[in-house]
Ligand binder design. Structure first.
Ligand code: DNO
Length: 351
């Protein structure tokens, strides 16, 4: 288990690498060029600058999250090949600087989606919350208008440049089915996997979060069958998964312990966090402690320990504690606590 911590870069994160350095057992920083518009080539100089900074603190920068996928690729548009070429070149550049894993997702338009970023938990901390009915009752057009007018439905992981053309994007997806999305994912992977292999990089797809269709858009990385189908696209060792307990685990039908047993070996990267699922389908991100949520994280870690998992792990999100002001889900304190819980489980199982 190679413990890492996600960091959004200098000037873009409230957490500093000096602080991360004081969390025991963190070996690497999961990074990205977050200011880059999706689809653009990542230049060598930009990669080198980030890597050097990360390495100057004694961390590795083996994992990039994410090189996002342009909507033209997901839609299978005519101009997708141009963006795929950029993607390939970015992979080669990252390989030159020693990157080993690229996390990506294939969710149409939106990345992870929540309805409240600071929902209070009984202990007074706040956390990311998803209210199922709220999302279900939102007509996409209403959503679009809300975002374009007031911007008061602020959800994380939504690229501003995309939000500017949200109406066009919804229109473009109108007739796109799950099968189409699979086909476009297959096309993309067949193109890039040979390049990734040559560059010594594993591609690790992130599951959809939440793992079901939202706003009438197709979503395909939602559970066991999706993971199996993904691996069936290519047996390249570069075709892998980001095993995310919190994303897949928001659907109680996804047995995360069983999925860990089946898929951890094909997951070069794991995001380990807990969620509490309510009966009405709402969920909230809790502390990592198994007793606090609906996912049996202690047994997930046992599965990883049993196979001597040597992939990269991050605690993923955390709650906001002790009045910390930070990016939603990406504060210092609760992620540090989560890391120590994961280390504790791992050490106990390994002894
Ligand atoms: C949320 C993250 C996701 C993830 C992307 C991967 O915090 O887990 O935003 O980075 O979906 O491409």
């Amino acid at each position: 288990m190679n413990m890492t911590f996600r960091w959004y870069g200098r000037g873009n994160d409230t957490v500093t690498l000096e602080q991360v350095k004081q969390i025991p057992g963190v070996k690497g920083i999961v990074w990205g060029l977050h200011q880059k518009p999706v689809g653009e080539l990542w230049e060598k100089a930009e990669i080198e600058a980030e890597m050097k900074y990360i390495q100057s603190y004694g961390f590795h920068g083996d994992v990039v999250e994410s090189v996002n996928i342009h909507e033209a690729i997901k839609l299978g548009n005519e101009d997708r090949d141009r963006y795929i070429e950029n993607y390939k070149q970015t992979i080669r550049h990252l390989g030159e600087y020693g990157v080993k894993v690229i996390c990506y997702n294939f969710m149409p338009i939106f990345d992870w989606t929540r309805t409240d970023l600071f929902k209070e938990l009984p202990d007074g901390s706040t956390a990311l919350f998803y209210e199922k009915a709220k999302v279900e009752n939102l007509d996409p057009q209403e959503l679009v208008d809300t975002i374009s007018s007031a911007g008061n439905l602020t959800l994380p992981g939504w690229e501003p440049e995309k939000m500017a053309q949200i109406k066009e994007l919804f229109a473009a997806y109108e007739n796109v089915t799950e099968d189409d999305l699979w086909e476009n994912l297959g096309y993309f992977l067949q193109e890039i996997l040979p390049v990734a292999e040559q560059a010594g990089i594993k591609m690790a797809i992130h599951p959809d979060d939440p793992p079901w269709s939202i706003f009438g858009l197709p979503r395909i990385m939602t559970g066991r069958n999706s993971l199996e189908k993904l691996l069936g696209i290519s047996d390249s060792p570069s075709n892998g998964i980001t095993f995310c307990t919190g994303s897949l685990g928001a659907n109680p039908d996804n047995d995360m312990v069983a999925l860990a047993a089946e898929f951890a070996g094909r997951s070069p990267f794991a995001h380990i966090r807990n969620v509490k699922i309510y009966e009405n389908g709402d969920f909230i991100e809790t502390s990592h402690l198994t007793a606090d949520g609906s996912i049996d994280l202690k047994r997930v870690v046992k599965e990883l320990s049993d196979i001597q998992y040597d992939g990269y792990v991050r605690p993923d999100h955390g709650r906001h504690l002790w009045n910390e002001k930070c990016r939603p889900g990406y504060g210092l304190y609760d992620r540090a606590l989560g890391i120590m819980y994961l280390h504790g489980l791992w050490d106990a199982y390994q002894s």
